[in-house]
Design a protein around this ligand. Structure first.
Ligand code: MLT
Length: 401
């Protein structure tokens, strides 16, 4: 019997599991340490009241003979699909039908699983640094090739560095599948319509598919920055978009997201909407009624301002971090239309050395930039997802370094 040997090629532990283990070990050795966690981008504010009220009502319904529901529809309840279509797309002048939306348990799952519908012969392009899920899942299925000097042989790395303004450049060779994430995780940088249009045009000219992760779109306040790739001319024939309620409404523990695959989108002459529908119907049993009612409430008149207040709270933290670090002389990026702040480790330090320094000396946890790819070396990520008090405290501690 053989296992999938691709798993042996990959680092045994996922980036954020690795960090959690290091923090746990530190905490066990220093039980009195007051650790401030600004590492993983996990929500800390409570769910909006409109969401919990809707979930309570749904629980009560499920306890009645008439209101009980078994398996949810594979792709989402109509009430949520319609709310998404109306509020996230029609309201921005984009026409996305309910049958182009697939509700799921997370953008991590969807960006990881989407590879199921593509051949391993495709060449993949990723930004560098990058959300590790895109690369790791391509390694797991054997599409990434072999590891050579810290890079995968069948992956095109598009450096996003201070020199490129943290934007990827169009690849010189043909990329079949292009992962883009804006606002970006980890750098917190954004892309404007003009620049994104170049990617859409490239994809249409080359028959590529853009896998567009817009999990952080709710953090955009600049009107020049698109919330959806489908705001761009021609995107429906070349893009899949991933959205999440995790960072929008604190659903990291509740689990609900959605993926848009336009009907017009084909690859090798085949409808990707139909393939993904088949994949999901076979491997996924839908998101609970209670969760979907909670998600629907985000779009209600009460829910909207409550959600906005939480996002404003995290954005204010991100601004506290980025302004605070700048005043301390750090080189800082992101943090305005994004919950993430990307900084250069001081004095040419390596990312993990800076991680150890912060943890050991001032008990602040962040994420080493090198964990996101070779071009992340020497950088570090902090998130706005902590409490305002802890965020301010973390800055005071960093100032003491
Ligand atoms: C992160 O910290 O990068 C995110 O929490 C990852 C995720 O959403 O899975």
């Amino acid at each position: 019997m053989n296992i999938n040997e691709n798993f042996l090629k990959i680092q045994s532990s996922y980036l954020f599991s690795n960090i959690a283990k290091k923090v746990r070990e530190f905490s066990e050795a220093n039980p009195d340490a007051d650790i401030i966690r600004l590492g993983i981008g996990d929500a800390t504010r409570p769910l909006p009241e409109a969401v919990t009220a809707a979930m309570h009502r749904a629980v009560d319904e499920m306890g009645t003979l008439d209101g009980f529901r078994g398996y949810p529809p594979e792709y989402g309840y109509d009430f949520l699909l319609n709310a998404i279509s109306e509020n996230d797309f029609k309201a921005r002048g984009i026409n996305i039908g309910a049958d182009e939306i697939f509700v799921s348990d997370g953008a991590k799952s969807d960006t990881g699983n989407i590879g199921d519908i593509f051949s391993n012969a495709n060449t993949v392009a990723v930004c560098d640094p990058v959300y590790p899920v895109y690369v790791d899942t391509n390694v797991m299925c054997g599409r990434a090739g072999e590891a050579v000097n810290g890079k995968w042989s069948n992956v095109i790395y598009m450096p996003c560095t201070a020199q490129t303004g943290f934007l990827p450049e169009l690849p010189a060779q043909k990329a079949d599948l292009i992962y883009l994430c804006f606002p970006n995780n980890p750098t917190g940088m954004t892309i404007d319509k003009k620049n994104l249009q170049r990617w859409v045009d490239y994809a249409n000219e080359n028959g590529s598919v853009i896998l567009y992760d817009a999990a952080y779109e709710a953090y955009i306040s600049d009107p020049e920055i698109p919330h959806s790739i489908f705001e761009l001319e021609g995107a429906k024939t070349c893009a899949i978009e991933f959205r999440s309620f995790s960072k929008t409404a604190g659903f990291t523990g509740v689990r609900c997201a959605y993926t848009i695959i336009p009907k017009e989108l084909t690859f090798g002459g085949v409808s990707l909407n139909a393939l993904w529908a088949r994949r999901q119907a076979t491997k996924f049993n839908g998101v609970s009624y209670i969760t979907q009612r909670g998600a629907e409430a985000i779009y209600s008149p009460e829910g909207k301002p409550q959600v906005k207040a939480v996002i404003d709270y995290y954005k204010s933290n991100a601004s506290t971090i980025s302004e605070g670090l700048k005043s301390l002389g750090y080189e800082v990026y992101g943090g305005t239309n994004s919950p993430y702040v990307w900084l250069k480790a001081p004095d040419g330090m390596a990312s993990w050395d800076f991680f150890d320094l912060l943890l050991n000396k001032v008990q602040v946890v962040g994420t080493p930039g090198s964990g996101f790819g070779p071009s992340g070396e020497g950088y570090f990520r902090l998130t706005g997802f902590g409490s305002a008090e802890n965020t301010a405290k973390a800055l005071e501690r960093i100032a003491r370094l």
